[in-house]
Design a protein around this ligand. Structure first.
Ligand code: FE2
Ligand code: FE2
Length: 236
């Protein structure tokens, strides 16, 4: 029996897992990779460490989960508190179960910011999972927001993997309906259609705000650069 209330909504947890699994498989397919089933499984299991951490440290977990609001900040808090993350714990557990490295390594690295722009064949599966997790519209924490940093990370992963911007948009467009169809097939409860559409719309809205912020920042930097150039020219 459960004598404590989990901070992790299980329906949201598995919905995000399934969506990440499907997104990772779609990205893998678009890159012509053979082992997309492993990407699917890695996606399904990628946040397993969250369940373990919460079970082990329920109080601390609830505190940082509620404080973070968004997963990026959450991972930094995990590091500060436990010197590890749910990603590493998940990877460790899956290795204990002797699952193939093609599953363990991506789970282990799915929040590792150092692999964002490294073009190495060894890191491709991890980068695919990371991108799959990031384009997932159905997040676990309802209030997790998509910030400029996340948009830049998505852009970096897209370009290091060699996926065109158009292709990624196609994948994102297909993702919601494929997730709904597959959940139906697996008889998984991922919420009503209304809920799903509401959630997808919320993310689209946040995405457009973040993109606008990014464009403004870009413009500001370009203006500054132009001004600096003009200044140096007038000096010389
Ligand atoms: Fe995660
Ligand atoms: Fe995730």
């Amino acid at each position: 029996t459960q004598d404590w209330l989990s901070s992790l909504d299980r329906m949201r947890f598995w919905r995000h897992a399934l969506e990440t699994a499907i997104a990772s498989r779609m990205i893998g397919e678009s890159l012509g990779r053979k082992s997309t089933e492993e990407l699917f499984l890695a996606g399904l299991l990628h946040d397993l460490g969250l369940l373990v951490l919460e079970k082990m440290e329920p109080k601390e977990f609830a505190r940082i989960w509620n404080e973070a609001g968004k997963e990026g900040g959450f991972v930094e808090m995990e590091y500060r508190l436990w010197e590890t993350t749910h990603a590493e714990i998940g990877g460790y557990l899956l290795r204990q179960w002797y699952l193939p490295e093609a599953i363990c390594q991506p789970v282990d690295q799915h929040h590792d910011g150092t692999i964002l722009d490294k073009a190495e064949p060894d890191l491709v599966a991890s980068q695919i999972l990371m991108l799959g997790h990031m384009i997932s519209k159905f997040t676990i924490a309802p209030e997790r927001e998509l910030n400029t940093e996340a948009l830049l990370a998505i852009e970096s992963l897209r370009s290091v993997l060699g996926i065109s911007a158009g292709k990624l948009i196609d994948i994102e467009k297909e993702l919601t309906s494929t997730t709904m169809a597959e959940a139906d097939y697996l008889e998984m409860n991922i919420g009503s259609i209304d809920d799903l559409l509401l959630e997808a719309n919320r993310l689209l809205f946040e995405q457009s705000i973040a993109a606008e912020r990014l464009a403004n920042e870009n413009r500001r930097l370009r203006c500054k650069l132009r001004k600096q150039q003009a200044d140096t020219e007038s000096v010389t």
